[in-house]
Design a protein around this ligand. Sequence first.
Ligand code: GLU
Length: 420
Amino acid sequence: MDTVAPVRTQSPDVAVRRYVADAARAVRLPDDVAEILETSYREVSVQVPLRRDDGSLLVAHGYRVQHNGARGPYKGGLRYHPHADLDEVRALAALMTWKTALLDLPFGGAKGGIQIDPTTLSARELQSVTRTFALSLSHVLGAYRDIPAPDVNTNAQVMAWFMDAYSSRHGYTPAAVTGKPVELGGAPGREQATGRGLVYIVEAAARRWGWDLTGKRVVIEGFGNVGSWVARELDALGARVVAVSDVRGGVFNDNGLDVGGLVATVAAGGTVPDADVAHTPVTHDELLTLECDILVPAALGGSITADNADDITASLVAEGANHPVTPEADRILADRGVRVIPDILANGGGVTGSYFEWTQNIQQFQWKEERFNTELRERLEDAFHAVAEYAERDGCTYRLAAYAIALDRVARAARTRGYI
Ligand code: GLU
């Protein structure tokens, strides 16, 4: 599971709206089109009652927001977190619309979640809330309607339960959910795809900018699925991962951390600070401002703010998490010449992998992992270079370029389909 620090500093909805408004101005989006893209198509809020193991009843709240479906079925993950409220889910759904458009995937954008702390649930309780949630949303979901996937604190097992509950009502439908276990129609490579994809983009960036990644100092906030795969892949490329953290705290080693040791500890159920690897402990705040070349925020949103943006030493911030940088911090980083590869590009490997899984399920076919990775790299490189070219031509940030490309594609699809 992706366990991350429960930090929350600014409404993500406000942040995403700011980024969209900037891009709408840049592409001169007509006001009526902007208006339709500002709100969600559908927002579903459901009660998720859970009979606890001790016999008591917990009534959790669940959400699914479908932001825009102009380019295809709604697509996006499900997060289980105490802060997963409608405001957050709405912002994350919109991010998915921009992400799928930027990556040129035939999907719209959605997100869902249950406002619950899954670390307090037994395996039976986790399965029970997942099934109840799936059944209460099943009328708005489907392989050609809306396709959930993993996100914060959900994983392949949760997707398997979700798919099973959905299929109990609609017949066996593996394409209705992605990020499933490989034996249930999951795609080999999907689990690694977000972290690995981020590294493919960093490699493409390094080639474009004439950087050598060997020995580059890397700091990663968050050591869940995304952060740990980023660490493994960058370590394998010869970069030096000097600090990582999880919800319990951070570890630092100037000579480079033993990434394999950290991965083994976490895989065995341990936490990053407990790992038996040579390190000095660091706090979450210290970690972000450690001296490094590449900073990968891969925890929750809002970790880089106006309060710490001036102290970031990295020359590249690659956003593994969704909306980890507030608009104020984004401006400060841009003014200081820090390059930021935005979430809708940097972490787009996950949903691109989901797209491969969905197409394979529809065809009842399975690719080998090598093919998955080759196609993943190609798509992400194309998206990266399109953003870089736009940014170089217009002298704007990568974020503005990414949003501008995405906005233009969604607006064109909506207009061509004739619903605006
Ligand atoms: N939760 C991931 C994201 O935010 C993946 C979504 C998906 O695969 O649909 O991009």
